[in-house]
Design a protein around this ligand. Sequence first.
Ligand code: SAH
Ligand code: SF4
Ligand code: F3S
Length: 460
Amino acid sequence: MQKVFIKSYGCQMNVYDAQRMADALAPDGYVETQDIAEAQLVVLNTCHIREKASDRIYSTLGRIRRMKKARAAEGDAMQVVVAGCVAQAEGKEILRREQAVDLVIGPQNYHRLPELLSRAKHKRVIDTDYATEDKFAHLPDPQADKIRTRGVTAFVTVQEGCDKFCTFCVVPYTRGAENSRPVAAILKEITVLAQAGVREVSLLGQNVNAFHGETDQGGSLALEGLMEEIAQISGIERIRYMTSHPRDMTQALIHAHRDNPCLMPYLHLPVQSGSSRILADMNRQHDRDAYFRIIAQVRALRPDIALSSDFIVGFPGETDQDFRDTMDLVERIGFAQSYSFKYSARPGTPASDLADQVPEAVKDERLQALQALLIAQQTAFNQATVGRRLKVLVEKAGRHDGQMAGKSPYLQAVQIDDATARIGDIVEVDVTGIGSNSLYAREVAPRETGPEPHKMEVHA
Ligand code: SAH
Ligand code: SF4
Ligand code: F3S
């Protein structure tokens, strides 16, 4: 038996990819380990989105090189793989800078991992060409026991790549052109997950609302259509999707937030900036008012929806007034959760060449102000759920004895005291208070239960 240690950085798609890589290696006898010291194979699944994340890889590789040397001295072999978006972006440079790396593999080529690893035993290998065949068609399905260890929620990539070319972003270069998976393949994968106990799926795509998957009949299905089909799969109770682009937020998709009972009332819709001038320079292809209009429509159809966004502060040329526009947009909308970043100039992207880069100190100041506002809004959102009755999907044991932990429809972490519910149950709770990272709640009977065998107890 061989052990593989996989470390993922960056977005949820990398988390999903790591699982698919593990699934691809399983037939060759590889078992996953969380302990790098006992691994014969180490995979760094990297992220290129900001400079810090990307550069840190080389210091991590330095440590791995020393580990590999020490292991070799004891006669133990260790293979080192760099996967993910840094692999795609920097390719050969990684092999040049770090002797310890045996294989550099781009995100479109993970189905070739076993074969490339055996080649890499003789000679260092790089494979960052965009595969012409569909990797998903060649990746094995996960085994039921594997799915169970991963839990009752699962990520499923339905769309990959991006054609939007925001001027700050590397993703179109690291993940390639936008590509949707065929509908039947997605439904099959989710059925396999559901049969092993998965109750919630998060559909992933860099631009997931541009999804248009081919159907067996030769037609095509948009995201809301796909989600209708997924809602029919026995066992699946909750559906989420991320990340969406405002430009692709169609009327039909907005209506799904009212019409699909499995679709959770949560929308991650990055706006990046509240200034129309900056949005134009970012090539986001919409202005500030368009964002307000979308949010108003979504809220009209699904008043309780929790909104979330990504923000970049200090994009080249961002003035105090532009930043005030961002703060103003945040104040007007009110977000339940958000991610905010300082602009990071990325090699090869158009914005990195712009002359008027914003000084680091200004970026720091703006980020602090924005984050303070966003955290206050998040706290207010959580506070507003105190006293409400919510349905929680139980995901794991809680922090303390007798507690179970799960998620609310609004993606809030919930600790349930004196819980009788088990993992996979969807249970009604009364929210009693908020902590720093989660809600506290009490179970209310009767409860809706998970798949067999719990179901039998209720009907007995
Ligand atoms: N596909 C998603 C997310 C892409 S990356 C989307 O289109 O929204 C996730 C987030 O990282 C982005 O939303 C953006 O806020 C941030 N990001 C991307 N490039 C960045 C850069 N060069 N500097 C700082 N933040 C960046
Ligand atoms: Fe990057 Fe823009 Fe594509 Fe999102 S939409 S992945 S930010 S280029
Ligand atoms: Fe990072 Fe690539 Fe995801 S750059 S955010 S791992 S798509």
